[in-house]
Design a binder for this molecule. Structure first.
Ligand code: LIP
Length: 270
């Protein structure tokens, strides 16, 4: 099995293992705050990241790890894992679906494989991809059904597009985002706010939304979902068509992607 496929298989096992831990939600969730009063981290975010670190030390000794909750291990093998131990932490805190574990494996800055597991979506939705190997969805974590090959929706005009987005933990950024959404809503079918970037990107890959945009994403929000969306035929860039990152992520099939960039540019100028 070639390396990217091997890493995809490891990523799937990791998110499944962390998912089992996280679905045993404790009666009492304790949390602290990070960048703002609404940017929370629970004991389960840290427990999930610790589990991933321990799994890799056992099964992938020498690999690096970069995690949202502080894991920072330099790679000795050339492979570095990028993990959001709970993406959509606020959803987890409120016991809402959509929270997920998102992990990707990268070599020399290029993501080779990734997996996103949302235990409370569709009976347990597990998305995965390997570079050049396509994007896949397993629905029902214990299902023996073959994984579904994913394709982003093509030929959807902006005025009929269902777009996902998200909002920053920063009040200042939210003021700008609120003004932008007010301008965009009349131009599209509708907006969905799932509360988890990795799932938003996987929904683009699955054709369950037509496009997604959000700024201020961290590498761990983006890494796995970007590969999954790309392998499903979506274009994932920043607001000017360059590399997606903290400044902006826009994901959609090429037939819609340019219209979203243009719409964002129009409202940015107002
Ligand atoms: C979240 C993202 C979401 C964004 C939230 C937050 P976290 O990540 O998945 O898209 O809108 O503000 O950044 O903090 O739950 O890992």
């Amino acid at each position: 099995m070639e390396l990217a496929a091997q890493l995809e298989s490891v990523a799937i096992d990791i998110v499944r293992t962390a998912g089992k831990l996280l679905t045993n939600r404790p009666e009492t969730l304790t949390f602290t705050t990070k960048s703002s009063a609404v940017d929370v981290v629970t004991q389960m975010d840290k427990a999930s990241e610790d589990l991933v670190a321990s799994y890799l030390a056992t099964h992938r000794p020498g690999d690096g790890l970069l995690g949202e909750e502080g894991a920072d291990v330099t790679s000795a093998t050339g492979i570095t894992w990028i993990v959001d131990p709970i993406d959509g932490t606020v959803n987890y805190l409120y016991d809402l679906p959509g929270w997920n574990i998102s992990i990707a494996a990268a070599r020399e800055g290029e993501v080779l494989a990734g997996a996103v597991y949302a235990p409370f979506l569709f009976g347990g939705a597990l998305w995965s991809a390997s570079r050049g190997g396509g994007a896949w969805l397993r629905r029902g974590i214990d299902s023996s059904d073959a994984p579904l090959a994913l394709h982003a929706n093509a030929d959807v005009p902006l005025h009929l597009a269902l777009l996902a987005t998200g909002f920053s933990y920063s009040t200042q950024t939210r003021i700008k985002q609120g003004a932008r959404i007010a301008q965009l809503i009349p131009q599209v079918r509708d907006i969905r706010r799932m509360g988890a970037a990795a799932v938003d990107l996987c929904l683009v890959a699955s054709g369950m939304v037509d496009g997604y945009f959000e700024e201020e994403l961290a590498p761990w929000d983006l890494a796995a979902g970007e590969l999954i969306a790309t392998e499903a035929g979506a274009l994932v860039t920043n607001a000017t068509g360059g590399k997606a990152g903290r400044d902006m992520v826009v994901a959609a099939h090429p037939s819609l992607h340019g219209e979203i960039l243009a719409a964002l540019a129009r409202v940015a100028g107002k």
